[in-house]
Ligand binder design. Structure first.
Ligand SMILES: *Cc1c(COP(=O)(O)O)cnc(C)c1O
Length: 360
């Protein structure tokens, strides 16, 4: 029986990539060493890291005036590093609150500056993207931060806010590389790797050069983007194996047609699943406004939540794993990242249809 892992993160990786990692585990390219055993300053690993950066630059068409940083500390550390580096003497920053991850970013930023929440969707339980013409933007804000895909609520921006000269900052942890993105519209993009890139332990930051070098005085060396930018992310020992694995995923993406091709498959997968929910005569329900539904994280409830545990048990028995919703929202959540094959979504939909027929 095929096994499909719908976990929100750490999440499924491309099978081909895992096979390649297995092949290379003990002896990378005839070097007699595992990547895990290599010095990060040796020519082998320096080559792996440089290739990974170049492949990411190719995939996202990252302009030359942006730095790519391979960091640790997850997206959570970025919640602090962003104000510490981007305030540049200003007293406040704009934040959009669209759900759980926005709230976390806001909570951390409040330790360092005044946070102006320009828009939020709490009135309808974080189930939609607030229209841009309602945002109360501050033209003097140090930057504007938003969460372009809310992993828990399943709310995704399918448009990019235009903040003019105010640098735009996005937490793209759960949908980076799922579609082409125009990096030049952003001051800074960050993403924890464990959703749509690779194993946990690596966080990728893409930052415009002019925003580097203005960190709050006296902060720890490791929290200053300049430290990492000036040292090609090798100021200290980087998460070497995570960078290697991310690099294999980037090459897998390139072999499979890049982000435009990935977007097509992701649209097909998402449509299949949302259609199954919407045509279930109310047996399944997705609370998110149709135009703002995430292609990556699909939350849904059953019409009667006493069926939840049976749904999960039977799904498990059918090889459909990790469908339990986040503890804060309940119900189910299917994360269908790049590495989830179409066949996995087809298997889920067919199981859901059967289950609804039996229990409906
Ligand atoms: C998972 C996630 C985070 C937290 O990532 P960590 O690497 O655990 O810090 C932050 N933001 C979003 C959108 C996420 O999906």
């Amino acid at each position: 029986m095929a096994i499909y892992n719908f976990s929100a993160g750490p999440a499924v990786l491309p099978h081909e990539v895992l096979l390649q990692a297995k092949e290379e585990l003990l002896d990378w390219h005839g070097n007699g060493m595992s990547v895990m055993e290599m010095s990060h300053r040796g020519k082998e690993f320096m080559g792996i890291a440089a290739q990974a950066e170049q492949d990411l630059r190719d995939l996202l068409a990252i302009p030359a005036n942006y730095k790519v940083l391979f960091l640790q500390g997850g997206a959570h550390l970025q919640f602090a590093m962003i104000p510490l580096n981007l305030l540049r003497g200003k007293a406040s920053a704009d934040y959009v609150n669209t759900g759980e991850w926005s709230k976390k970013a806001i909570g951390e930023a409040k330790k360092f500056c005044d946070v102006n929440v320009v828009a939020n969707n709490a009135d309808r339980n974080f189930s939609y993207v607030p229209a841009f013409n309602t945002w109360q933007l501050d033209p003097n804000a140090a930057y504007l931060h938003y969460t372009s895909n809310e992993t828990i609520g399943g709310v995704e921006f399918n448009w990019v806010p235009d903040t003019g000269v105010v640098p735009l900052v996005a937490d793209m942890s759960s949908h980076i590389l799922s579609r082409p993105m125009d990096v030049s519209k952003y001051g800074l993009i960050y993403a924890g790797a464990q959703k749509n890139i690779g194993p946990a332990g690596l966080c990728i930051v893409i930052v415009r050069e002019d925003l580097v070098g203005h960190a709050y005085p006296g902060i720890p060396t490791m929290l200053d983007y300049k430290t990492h930018a000036d040292n090609d992310s090798m100021y200290n020992t980087p998460p070497t194996y995570g960078i290697y694995m991310a690099g294999l995923v980037f090459q897998w993406l390139k072999r499979n047609g890049g982000l435009a091709a990935m977007e097509k498959v992701n649209m097909t997968k998402a449509k299949l699943l949302y259609d199954a929910i919407d045509t279930s005569s109310g047996f399944y329900h997705c609370p998110v406004t149709v135009s703002d539904r995430s292609r990556m994280n699909v939350p849904f409830t059953l019409k009667d939540n006493v069926l939840d545990s049976e749904f999960l048990k039977q799904a498990d028995a059918n090889g459909l794993l990790q469908l339990k919703g986040h503890r804060s929202v309940g119900g189910m959540r299917a994360s269908i990242y790049n590495a989830m094959p179409l066949a996995g979504v087809q298997a889920l939909v067919s199981f859901m249809n059967d289950f609804a027929l039996k229990k409906g």
